[in-house]
Design a protein. Structure first.
Length: 217
């Protein structure tokens, strides 16, 4: 029988609020982000069998109120951190506005295999999204997983088959979709998982998303 898998974007971070941040991994929630995390926990409709976070602190913080509500539920860390394609040197001590020239340069380059120092290539990111869907397919019980905007959008592209091959066109489609369909902080996506299938059921902030599903081999 299918079970539910919730994929949730973290609460508002310092970077989202336009503040300077040291690096992608250590960026923390704002007070508004904590408020969103608490609201998510209070309104979460099921008892999870596990609570999953990425290795970035803002997902662990967002998950904390849910962990406090459901004490004793196992916590796991999966490879679902944000797509961080810039080197740490370009990121350190800057705001999103100050990083904009580097962001624009990356997406104008449109090279799926380009690696900016210790940054992640788009091809590697797409592979992580595909691997996550396979892991979703092998999970049991209700899962609450806290991740990031780029990653969630990537999962939706992979679920629709758009990451089966990774090209300049793949990158362009992803970037356009990311801007055309922003994912607000604390948005929950609900998937049905089971019988070798992963299917998107709904986006719980009421915004429309095309129905996507994948067969897990």
């Amino acid at each position: 029988m299918p079970h539910l898998f919730y994929l949730i974007r973290h609460g508002e971070s310092a970077s989202n609020a336009g503040e300077k941040t040291l690096d992608a991994a250590s960026t923390t929630l704002t007070e508004r982000g904590w408020q969103g995390a608490r609201a998510n926990a209070l309104s979460f409709p099921d008892t999870p069998a596990r609570i999953v976070t990425s290795r970035y602190i803002r997902t662990t913080q967002t998950a904390t109120p849910l962990m406090e509500r459901f004490k004793g539920v196992p916590a796991e860390e999966w490879d679902i951190h944000e797509f961080t394609y810039m080197s740490a040197d370009k990121y350190a001590g800057t705001t999103t506005h100050e990083r904009r020239p580097f962001i624009d340069a990356y997406w104008q380059r449109l090279d799926p295999h380009f690696n900016d120092g210790d940054g992640e290539s788009f091809a590697a990111f797409a592979g992580r999204c595909r691997a996550f869907i396979a892991r979703m397919g092998g999970s049991t019980g209700v899962t609450a997983a806290f991740s990031h905007g780029h990653f969630i959008r990537g999962v939706l592209h992979a679920l629709g088959g758009n990451f089966d091959s990774v090209t300049q066109e793949t990158m362009t489609a992803f970037w356009r979709d990311h801007h055309a369909n922003p994912i607000p902080n604390c948005t929950r996506y609900v998937f049905a998982v089971g019988g070798g299938h992963v299917k998107l059921l709904e986006r719980q902030d009421g915004a429309a998303e095309s129905v996507k599903q994948a067969i897990i081999d």
